[in-house]
Design a protein around this ligand. Structure first.
Ligand SMILES: Nc1ncnc2c1ncn2[C@@H]1O[C@H](COP(=O)(O)OP(=O)(O)OP(=O)(O)O)[C@@H](O)[C@H]1O
Ligand SMILES: [Mg+2]
Length: 512
């Protein structure tokens, strides 16, 4: 195989951070080359340099042995480099076809040849078995389908080097399998793929080589076959990782949250997004909600946190009906919420970390001073959280948008746990976190539980739910398929339930 790409001594400095420090990387044609590194190690920045979004402070890039200079993503695309970003960049109100047309070469022409474009796109979709409807509105697609649109978009524009930044973070296991099939058929056709993921088993499965970054520097490039998953973790974090959790048996305590016959109707589609949901969360227990993404979990959390009003049913929290309360009242009543979309509902991206840390409680005694904000108190609080949760940032005055994806997630978790909630509603809390950070967040969740906090943990990571939860409810198509204790079921049985199959009802009853 020949070297298709070389990044040579790349350094990228932001005003107060050196994100890439003298990075050299060589990639061969037709290989899948992974980048591994802790949150904030500089992976996305390096790839943004490669795809022309950032200009390197110094260093050079060679394609097929020839030096290239990009001053925009369009330049890089013209040379065959396309990137699917960590946070998607599609316009939800437009169709798949129109999203692919925006910014494409032909879009500059006076008359757009939509028919020819549609034909070319259909060929691509068929060749790589991508299963996407060109006329569907992007907003109506599942996350996995949206990602395929991003991939189709860059392939249509002529990419032969494809950069995928954490593509599997938001995918279901089935969608990940499909993506891997697609990657394999692309590399068989001589495409080269740069792949970023925190899921080490995926890196091991899909890539030929892996380059490890630590604090902006390359620590080495390895053949994936020569490394175990444990080796990869150690290379990345620089220490052994222990993902086992230590927790005492949960003693049945008072019921904190009691959800009865909850229904959410979708008038447009004439179907129930939540169908007769019943469960309770007690003090000092983690109740896991397992399920493939899109089976009502988001709607459930939105109803619990006041972002949607349920059509019928009861949500009793310490004797009060949450359905009758506004989001602010709910948050002030001892409930914390780690939302699923960190950029849309978790943070205000153009605001500083100090401001983001104060978002939920700025009006409370702790931070308020008459009608003013007690900035000194909020700043001290921010400094403490940045230290406790090892958030990688130059200071507490950095804008949230300048943090790496994983560090943005840590800001939300730190804020919500520090509010000392009685009930914590956590949706995909470890999505996008590196293994070291996952270890810390798992410990934090268990510690909260041991102190009596009730936790509703919604996650699509089956192993995470199985390991942390005292009991698990499985959701499928807006219904609860059953309630089980993790020790009473196997991962395979859980998988079947998540696919809509009912386990022997007697067995489930016994398990609870
Ligand atoms: N536009 C920016 N302005 C200022 N600093 C930035 C900017 N983009 C990234 N950084 C900083 O550069 C460093 C590397 O960030 P990067 O996003 O490349 O990390 P990453 O390895 O992709 O992490 P993650 O796994 O969390 O996505 C971080 O300290 C981040 O705060
Ligand atoms: Mg990143």
């Amino acid at each position: 195989m020949s070297k298709i790409l070389e990044m040579i001594h790349i350094t990228k400095c932001f005003p107060s951070v050196m994100a890439n420090d003298n990075v050299t990387l060589a990639v061969e044609e037709g290989e899948v080359h992974s980048l591994l590194g802790e949150n904030g190690a500089g992976k996305s920045t390096l790839m943004n340099v490669l795809c022309g979004l950032y200009r390197p402070t110094s260093g050079s890039i060679k394609l097929d042995g020839e030096e290239v200079k990009f001053s925009s993503a369009r330049d890089a695309m013209a040379k065959g480099i396309g990137m699917v970003h960590q946070h998607f960049m599609l316009i939800p109100t437009m169709t798949v076809l129109d999203n692919c047309l925006i910014g494409a070469k032909d879009a500059g022409k006076l008359v757009l040849d939509r028919k020819t474009t549609a034909e070319k796109l259909s060929e691509l979709i068929e060749k790589y078995d991508m299963k996407v409807d060109l006329n569907a509105k992007v907003g109506s697609l599942s996350v996995g389908q949206r990602q395929r649109v991003e991939i189709i978009k860059v392939l249509y524009r002529g990419a032969r080097i494809l950069i995928l930044d954490e593509p599997t973070a938001v995918l279901t296991p089935q969608e990940t399998l499909e993506l891997f099939e697609m990657i394999r058929s692309l590399t068989e056709n001589n495409f080269t793929v740069l792949f970023i993921s925190h899921k080490l088993n995926e890196v091991k499965e899909i890539s030929d080589k892996v380059t490890v970054l630590r604090q902006g520097c390359v620590t080495g490039t390895y053949k994936t076959d020569d490394c175990s998953v444990e080796d990869l973790a150690r290379l990345m974090v620089g220490r052994e990782i222990d993902l086992s959790v230590n927790r005492e048996e949960c003693e049945k305590c008072e019921v904190l949250l009691d959800v009865k016959n909850l229904v959410l109707e979708n008038a447009e589609e004439q179907k129930r997004q939540l169908d007769d949901i019943c469960f309770e969360v007690r003090e000092g227990e983690i109740l896991g909600v397992a399920g493939v993404d899109g089976n009502g979990q988001s709607e459930l959390v939105e109803c619990l946190t006041g972002m949607q009003v349920a059509s019928s049913g009861e949500i009793m929290y310490k004797g009060r009906d949450l359905r009758k309360m506004k989001t602010r009242e709910i948050m002030a009543s001892g409930i914390s919420h780690i939302p699923q979309d960190r950029q849309k509902t978790g943070l205000i991206m153009p605001m500083t970390l100090v401001e983001n840390f104060a978002l939920q409680d700025y009006y409370c005694k702790e931070f308020g001073k008459c009608v003013y904000l007690n900035w000194g108190a909020v700043e001290d609080h921010s400094k403490k959280l940045i230290k406790d949760f090892s958030i990688k940032t130059p200071s507490e005055f950095e804008l949230a948008q300048n943090l790496s994806g994983g560090n943005q997630q840590k800001v939300i978790i730190a804020r919500e746990i520090s509010r000392e909630p009685e009930l914590l509603i956590a949706m995909h809390p470890t999505r996008g976190l590196d293994v070291g950070a996952i270890e810390y967040i798992h410990q934090q969740l268990v510690e909260q539980r041991n102190q009596g906090v009730g936790i509703l943990l919604v996650s699509t990571e089956l192993e995470e739910v199985m390991k942390l939860s005292d009991r698990i409810v499985v959701m499928y198509e807006g219904k609860i398929m059953g309630m089980v204790k993790p020790s009473d079921v196997t991962i395979e049985e859980m998988g079947l339930m998540m696919g809509g199959q009912e386990l022997d009802s007697i067995r489930i009853k016994k398990a609870v």
